[in-house]
Design a protein around this ligand. Structure first.
Ligand code: FE2
Length: 281
């Protein structure tokens, strides 16, 4: 964690102001009740199974635990972090995917975070991509912390999980728009990956065009406030791919609600860890 700290950007200071007014102030005004209620919600284990003709037969039945948007910091402290980690470990997945926003704001707490995340292991590895919040303060410290903890950070890169003939896992760094996601995916240089990890669900547009059978994303937190009967009717109405499962031409996207948040309110949108079984059709 000895990376030279870059000068703090405007986005860091903007996030500081937003956190003060939208997170810390409401929490203080309610005597800590908002935060307490927020972290008291059980973390749901959302199990699902998708099938694709493009999924490699050698990995038929692979189980992936998908953890996202911890936002480690003021709203999500060590106790809640350990609840999430214990839940992931209990799943005993073949591969673990962590799709960004590991920290909420400052990277100062990253050493504690990665000391705990190092407890997660999986047969094919634990893969990490960064989210927009990881870029607020010190993204290189997050990448280094992940690597030192035995996780595999993917910054516009791809690796074979499980050896030379392993599953081709690609991961792109935070990108805001569809063209930016697409450019990052091209940089991965992986040909057609089997699995894409991206913080932004918009990456699915390029992933589907390339025929990548499974994309995992977070970022939207499932909209945080959703209609009970239709989780896609939620507060993130500006984003088409906001929550849950999408399938286009044999390519799948799962957008998880994630575990944490930067605003302490969730309605019909529980914190979750997704467990996805992939089948070769
Ligand atoms: Fe997030």
């Amino acid at each position: 964690m000895n990376e030279p700290r870059p000068p703090r950007k405007l986005s860091y200071h903007t996030a500081s102001v937003r956190q003060a007014f939208l997170t810390r102030l409401p929490d203080a005004l309610t005597g800590g009740a908002l935060r307490a209620r927020h972290v008291a919600q059980p973390i749901e284990i959302a199990e699902m199974c998708f099938a694709s003709e493009r999924w490699p037969r050698d990995f038929d039945g692979l189980r992936i635990a998908h953890l996202s948007d911890l936002h480690f910091g003021h709203l999500l402290g060590e106790t809640r972090l350990m609840q999430a980690i214990d839940a992931v470990r209990a799943v005993r997945a073949d591969l673990v995917a962590i799709t960004g926003d590991l920290v909420d704001h400052s990277a100062r707490e990253a050493p504690v975070l990665f000391e705990r995340l190092a407890l997660i292991t999986a047969r094919l590895g634990v893969f990490v991509v960064l989210g927009n919040h990881d870029h607020l303060d010190h993204p290189r410290a997050i990448v280094r912390g992940a690597r030192d903890a035995g996780l595999v950070p993917l910054v516009d890169d791809s690796v074979r999980a499980g050896g030379r003939d392993g599953l081709l896992v690609a991961g792109i760094d935070w990108a805001k728009t569809i063209p930016a996601c697409s450019a990052r995916l091209r940089r991965c240089g992986a040909g057609r990956a089997d699995l894409l990890l991206a913080h932004n669900p918009k990456a699915f547009v390029a992933a589907e065009e390339r025929g990548i059978p499974l994309t995992l994303a977070g970022h939207t937190h499932g909209g945080q406030v959703a209609r009970r009967r239709n989780r896609r009717h939620n507060l993130v109405f500006t984003q088409r791919l906001s929550a849950g499962h999408y399938e286009v031409r044999d390519s799948h996207l799962y957008v998880t609600n994630g575990v944490g948040a930067w605003f302490p309110l969730r309605v019909n949108c529980p914190p979750e860890i997704a467990v996805i079984e992939m089948r070769a059709r």
